[in-house]
Design a protein around this ligand. Structure first.
Ligand code: SF4
Ligand code: SF4
Length: 225
């Protein structure tokens, strides 16, 4: 199934803020590793009710103190001490009580960094069947564009995400995530390189193939830092 967001207009809309401000802030927090999105969620609790496993790092000691050990299990493929918190039979996080996060001030970094506007921005779809509340919210967000440059950033980011998704066969199987969040994050991370390469392709009469662009992305991803 394609992860592409078909861009259908939703009946209701919710302001997502200025696109460039959002994009530059997201890029900076991904580069620094300091997650902490200020999402105008309002009454939405979509990501607390969407059958998600929440990753918690060993250094998140205050968070770990607040969550019963029985709700945590070792995170597969991560170093010792990294854990996941699952969800109940309704797909809700067990820390969600009366539709409020019961550990809000000590919630995991994963929750602090989650920003579903990344799907609207990249055009990557959320699975309507398994995560209907998030999918609905993603359709409702509307960014505003204060300049021509802002619209251009939006276009390039969506093109970068589409390039990754539609050219998977040009990359080794492990390198392009299937998980929509990870795919959207990757699109933000490769944005600058993708923008430069596609600009070069437009100027270069000989043309730069999709395979060459994929190679350059792969090389950049394998470099430390
Ligand atoms: S789904 Fe989006 S809007 Fe809803 S709570 Fe999560 S981040 Fe906020
Ligand atoms: S810990 Fe809190 S913010 Fe995170 S998913 Fe659970 S209820 Fe939501």
């Amino acid at each position: 199934m394609s992860n592409r967001n078909n861009g259908n207009e939703s009946a209701s809309t919710i302001p997502a803020g200025d696109f460039s401000a959002w994009f530059h802030g997201t890029e900076a927090s991904l580069q620094s590793g300091n997650s902490g999105a200020d999402v105008p969620c309002g009454a939405c609790r979509g990501c607390c009710r969407s059958s998600m496993f929440i990753h918690i790092k060993p250094e998140e000691t205050q968070t770990l103190r607040r969550i019963p050990r029985t709700l945590l299990f070792p995170a597969p493929g991560r170093p010792k001490g990294h854990v996941l918190m699952g969800y109940n039979d309704k797909g809700h996080c067990p820390m969600l009580i009366d539709n409020q996060c019961s550990i809000y001030e000590d919630r995991p970094q994963t929750c602090r960094g989650y920003d579903c506007r990344i799907f609207t921005a990249t055009g990557i779809s959320v699975d309507q069947q398994t995560q209907p509340e998030i999918a609905q919210r993603v359709k409702e967000w509307v960014f505003n564009f204060e300049s021509k440059e802002s619209r251009e950033e939006d276009r390039i980011l969506k093109d970068a995400a589409a390039f990754l998704e539609l050219n998977r066969e040009l990359f080794p199987p492990w390198s392009i995530p299937n998980n929509p969040v990870q795919l959207a994050v990757l699109a933000v991370k490769i944005y600058r390189l993708f923008s430069d390469l596609t600009a070069q392709r437009r100027q270069d009469a000989s043309g730069l193939s999709d395979a060459a662009i994929a190679d350059a992305i792969l090389t950049a991803l394998s470099e430390p830092g």
